[in-house]
Ligand binder design. Structure first.
Ligand code: SF4
Ligand code: SF4
Ligand code: SF4
Length: 406
């Protein structure tokens, strides 16, 4: 396997690498390849490595390990130009035994992005090329100042999606931080990143970005459980389904599982497959009624008005309105210096990683010295299994163990 350049600004300490290796050692797939790809996918997001270089660096190894290379690398067309890369992929198509579909599988997103095939009728190309400019771009504004740590969002998400014990797609950290006092909250779903490392490493194209609205989803039918997406995610939001799910298949309606493209991406995953927050994809597809489109279970359960979900491209959507009103209030407060202490910042989680999260926060970002503490309502008291306790919220440990389901 090729060596990576470790002298780049996105760095990984020993603990982080150890955590990645430990997670991947539990799978039947090449752990070393997964760790190197995860680190480099984050470098791609941070603009330190081109997608073409990333593709080339791992193409042979991915083919050897998985028999296909269907990674979603949507920026390839932009950064592969002039490097003769297109010729190399065209060479694949010249192989007389390969059908167009097989070449797509082998060359994956790269072949599509390079325009080697003018049209593909199975929707794969469009899905891999990125978002639809006319559709919504779903995201959230989470106002951490409003959160009181009640965990209602966590409970609601678990119940609606039938997740197994320990798989908390929504997670609320209570933490202590030097500059913020002793009870602060971080409310953390999947960030549905626009430049997501998890989609770049998935060898089979199971983890993908839905073209019509930017949701980052896992196709449960395609996922082979290699866990590469989990280790590549800087936010630690993935949960591997180890055994039989707690909620059996018979108790979940098809409507909540199959999305409007006919792909199995909703509700809890089956055994051996990766799960995470879906931004309540079944709601967005109208499967819970038109009135639930543009809403999420966690938002609905929050009595403190902390979670605001909607189309980030619509200035009048709930997340944009909330942010605007907050900023207007902040401007107002600035005119009265004695009220200044009420003003706080807005941020995106680990913005420097370049993942372009579609979740924006109002409040203070946890510093690298933040420490998780027991919240006002413990996970145990809320009837939730929590395998992420006692983490330190720095960039390394932020990702946590994840996936340690019962
Ligand atoms: S936060 Fe979600 S979209 Fe972003 S890298 Fe992690 S799993 Fe992927
Ligand atoms: S665990 Fe599944 S979704 Fe994740 S990278 Fe592997 S095949 Fe893709
Ligand atoms: S958006 Fe939906 S899937 Fe995601 S954390 Fe909230 S309730 Fe769970």
């Amino acid at each position: 396997m090729p060596d990576s350049d470790d002298d780049t600004p996105v760095s990984f300490d020993d603990d982080e690498e150890e955590r990645m290796e430990r997670l991947l050692d539990d799978t039947e797939y090449d752990a070393e390849l997964g760790v190197e790809m995860a680190k480099d996918a984050q470098r791609v997001a941070a603009g330190e490595l081109s997608e073409a270089a990333f593709y080339r660096r791992y193409h042979e190894d991915v083919l050897e390990e998985f028999g296909e290379d269907d990674r979603e690398l949507t920026g390839l067309l932009d950064d592969a130009g002039g490097e003769g890369f297109g010729d190399r992929l065209s060479g694949l198509a010249d192989d007389e035994d390969l059908s167009r579909r097989e070449v797509l599988k082998k060359g994956g997103a790269a072949a599509v992005a390079l325009g080697l095939f003018a049209s593909v009728d199975d929707g794969t190309a469009a899905a891999q090329q990125g978002d639809d400019e006319d559709g919504p771009r779903y995201g959230m504004t989470i106002n951490l100042n409003n959160c009181d740590g009640c965990l209602a969002c966590v409970v609601a998400c678990n119940e609606e999606h039938g997740t197994s014990a320990g798989a908390n797609w929504m997670y609320v950290f209570t933490y202590e931080d030097d500059h913020q006092g002793d009870e602060n909250f971080l409310v953390r779903p999947c960030q549905h990143c626009t430049d997501s490392p998890c989609t770049k490493v998935c060898p089979v194209g199971a983890r993908h970005t839905r073209e019509e609205d930017g949701l980052v989803l896992t196709d449960y039918e395609i996922c082979i459980g290699c866990r590469y997406c989990e280790v590549s995610c800087p936010y630690g939001v993935n949960y591997f389904q180890w055994g039989e799910p707690d909620v059996p298949e018979s108790e979940i309606d098809d409507d909540h599982q199959i999305d409007d493209r006919g792909r199995w991406v909703g509700a809890r995953p089956p055994e051996g497959v990766m799960g995470k927050c879906t931004f309540c994809v079944d709601r967005q597809d109208g499967q819970m009624g038109e009135e639930k489109v543009g809403t999420t279970a966690c938002e609905e359960a929050c009595a403190m008005d902390a979670i605001h979900f909607g189309d980030l491209d619509d200035p009048e959507s709930a997340p944009n309105r909330h942010l605007r009103e907050y900023r207007e209030q902040q401007d107002n407060d600035m005119q009265f210096p004695n009220r200044k202490e009420h003003t706080v910042s807005t941020f995106e989680l680990m913005e420097e990683r370049g993942t372009e999260p579609n979740v924006r926060y109002i409040g203070n970002e946890p510093s690298p010295h933040a420490e998780q503490v027991e919240g006002p309502v413990s996970y145990e008291d809320a009837g939730i299994v929590d395998n992420r306790k006692e983490e330190v919220l720095d960039n390394g440990a932020m990702a946590g163990d994840g996936g340690e389901e019962a």
